[in-house]
Design a protein around this ligand. Structure first.
Ligand SMILES: Nc1nc2c(ncn2[C@@H]2O[C@H](COP(=O)(O)OP(=O)(O)OP(=O)(O)O)[C@@H](O)[C@H]2O)c(=O)[nH]1
Length: 318
């Protein structure tokens, strides 16, 4: 039997990992053994502690749909080994992955007998979608955003808690134009919805592979970058938050590990939709402080300099 496989897609910070964690718990409740493929743009996965003990393949420092499509093909073989057998496979692409190309990889004749794509679940960040149409001026990025939606077999309109009815109406108007009418749209907050609905098999309307023809990127590779700031110790939350808010709009996402001065401790942080989320983590984990920022055409030197002047040059620095 081929492994039922689900691709979780959506732009940076849309809520993919949030949904993945829910699906993971649900599968286990159902007595299924889930396998996971995680892909990160950065060279480390700061959310790794969330997946301790899972049957997991991690692809770091590149995007499945681009540089590491071959790596994905190789890594997927892991799940075909009898010792690593799973009942269901959940693949989370990076926020800039084109799900069509992930499905294409799974469609590879060398893997086709192993995996069966049941659904492409795409998350849309409701709080950012309209803004993205305005500030993501790069044509290729906009095309990518659209393809993340048009490749979906089900769409989660997530972060609904952050928008009002007027914004929601505008989003629906846009979605009506680009989504196939049979693709369900579910409104969610923190990705909460019935997992059984997400795991239903859904027909794709997207042709990903035709006999004798392979689709490649029609456009040049995107200019997204992920970079890491490290080698610092304690920071102060307010200063850090103020600095995040002052970053140029080209910074689309932030995540990392911090040691805070107060309340004292080690935290994983998430920066998405203009919101800072902190989650306490165990201090005995091997993680060290780092800030990972993702965006495009980033003024990296300027950002690092502002981190040093606005966050680190304070009494709290050890
Ligand atoms: N307010 C709000 N925040 C949310 C919601 N869903 C997720 N978040 C938060 O948004 C941040 C990003 O969520 P993730 O699940 O990590 O997003 P992602 O799509 O995996 O992000 P990438 O790693 O950039 O691909 C986290 O701080 C989440 O807690 C939501 O519905 N409402």
């Amino acid at each position: 039997m081929r492994i039922p496989t689900y691709v979780i897609s959506g732009f940076l910070g849309a809520g993919k990992t949030t949904v993945l964690l829910q699906l993971l718990s649900y599968c286990k409740e159902q007595g299924l053994k889930p396998g996971i493929v995680l892909n990160e743009l950065g060279e480390i996965n700061v959310e790794g502690h969330l997946f301790k003990g899972e049957t997991l393949v991690e692809l770091l420092d590149g995007c499945i749909c681009c540089t590491i499509q071959d790596d994905l093909r190789e890594e997927l073989r892991f799940f075909l080994e009898p010792a690593n057998a799973v009942d269901v496979l959940l693949i989370e692409g990076t926020g800039i992955a084109n799900p069509k190309e992930i499905v294409e990889t799974l469609d590879d004749p060398r893997l086709q007998n192993g995996f069966e794509v049941k659904s492409v679940i795409s998350l849309l960040d409701a709080s950012n979608y309209l803004k993205q149409q305005r500030y993501l001026l790069n044509k290729h990025v906009r095309t990518l955003l659209e393809e993340q939606l048009t490749s979906a077999t089900i769409v989660l309109l997530n972060k609904i808690d952050l928008i009002d009815q007027k914004v929601k109406d505008k989003i629906y108007k846009k979605l009506e134009k680009i989504l196939h009418s049979s693709v369900p749209i579910i409104e969610t907050s923190y990705g909460k919805c019935e997992c059984a609905v997400l795991l239903q098999e859904r027909v794709s309307h997207v042709v990903v592979h035709q006999e004798g023809a392979t689709t490649y990127h029609a456009a040049p590779r995107h200019a997204f970058q992920a970079f890491k700031i490290e080698g610092f110790h304690t920071v102060e939350r307010i200063a850090f938050q103020r600095w995040l808010k002052s970053l140029p709009p080209a910074v689309l996402r932030g995540k990392g590990i911090l040691t805070l001065a107060a309340p004292q401790g080690m935290y994983q942080f998430q920066w998405a939709s203009d919101e800072l989320e902190l989650q306490r983590i165990r201090e005995d984990l091997p993680e060290t402080s780092c800030v990972i920022l993702i965006g495009y055409e980033l003024p990296i030197e300027q950002i690092v300099a502002s981190f040093h002047s606005e966050v680190l040059q304070r009494d709290y620095v050890k």
